[in-house]
Design a protein around this ligand. Structure first.
Ligand SMILES: NC(=O)c1ccc[n+]([C@@H]2O[C@H](COP(=O)([O-])OP(=O)(O)OC[C@H]3O[C@@H](n4cnc5c(N)ncnc54)[C@H](O)[C@@H]3O)[C@@H](O)[C@H]2O)c1
Length: 258
């Protein structure tokens, strides 16, 4: 009998990576949980019954040793979730921080995908999911590094999907909107995000949950998505398609026809 499917999730110590790991674990996957936060990922893996891996996605040797934990086994799913954001004016953007945001958000996705390839090839229906963002669609003021890197994720996703499709490897992205995590709360705390304005222009009128993002990842890696590759699945309550530009939509009784 075949063994359980195997997934590796980066940035799995907290937030979306933890929720994605929990979801895949609940579906019976062996989950390898990678994070640069050693204590966090060790505790999280112990809680979920996964395998914690201390890994820095910006470092080739660290990524290589994390994939060594597979001991040459097949990898069914790679989720490139590790991410980093900073907020500062574009005209003052710190060069070292720029390099860091490219290295984690974009370089980490490339590095882990590259290391995963020989393992993915051994699986029967392998796939990769990359975490994009509203920053892949919007120009996000004060988040030049993040927005640029997350836009790059779309090109990386399409290119890998085209190049690895003949190997049977599907590559897709999930683009979360505003989700109740530390990353969003830090935006409220710094004043970079306004809760009411965000809710006002979100057609579904609420923030998302980590579980809703995890569910989208679970769909994309499942056999239900067996002909889906190179795409971006937005999980954003409609915020990136809203074109109303009204403070609010008038009710039917307020609409005057002439
Ligand atoms: N939270 C949101 O609303 C939201 C929206 C859109 C996109 N995203 C994306 O989803 C992903 C997860 O977001 P989150 O809100 O859970 O973030 P988070 O900050 O809560 O978690 C990110 C995790 O990545 C890890 N990490 C950072 N640098 C790393 C490195 N070099 N190597 C390995 N691990 C590293 C951190 O230790 C942390 O555990 C990110 O890629 C983020 O850009 C989040």
């Amino acid at each position: 009998m075949d063994g359980p499917r195997v997934a590796l999730v980066t940035g799995a110590a907290q937030g979306l990576g933890l929720a994605i790991s929990r979801r895949l674990r609940a579906q019976g996957y062996d989950v390898l949980m990678g994070d640069v936060n050693a204590d966090g990922v060790t505790d999280a893996a112990a809680e979920l019954g996964g395998t914690g891996l201390v890994m820095d996605v910006t470092d080739d040797a660290s990524v290589a040793s994390a994939f060594d934990a597979l001991h040459g086994r097949a990898l069914d799913v790679l989720v490139n979730n590790a991410g980093l954001i900073s907020r500062q004016p574009a005209q003052e953007f710190d060069s070292a921080q720029w390099e860091r945001e490219m290295a984690v958000n974009l370089g980490g996705t490339m590095r882990c995908s590259r290391a995963a390839y020989p393992h993915l090839r051994q699986a029967s229906s392998p796939s990769v999911v990359n975490l994009a963002s509203v920053g892949s669609t919007f120009g996000l003021p004060q988040r030049l590094g993040y927005s640029t890197a997350k836009s790059g994720i779309l090109g990386l996703t399409r290119t890998l999907a085209a190049e690895w499709g003949p190997d049977g490897i599907r590559v897709n992205a999930v683009a979360p909107g505003y989700i109740e995590t530390q990353m969003m709360l830090s935006g409220f705390a710094s004043g970079a995000l306004d809760r009411d304005r965000l809710l006002d222009r979100t057609p579904l009128g609420r923030f998302g949950t980590s579980e809703e993002v995890a569910a989208a990842v679970a769909f994309l890696v499942s056999d239900d998505a067996s002909f889906v590759t190179g795409t971006v699945l937005k999980v954003d309550g409609g915020i990136t398609i809203d074109g109303s530009f009204h403070a609010r939509v008038p009710s039917d009784s307020e609409v005057v026809s002439n």
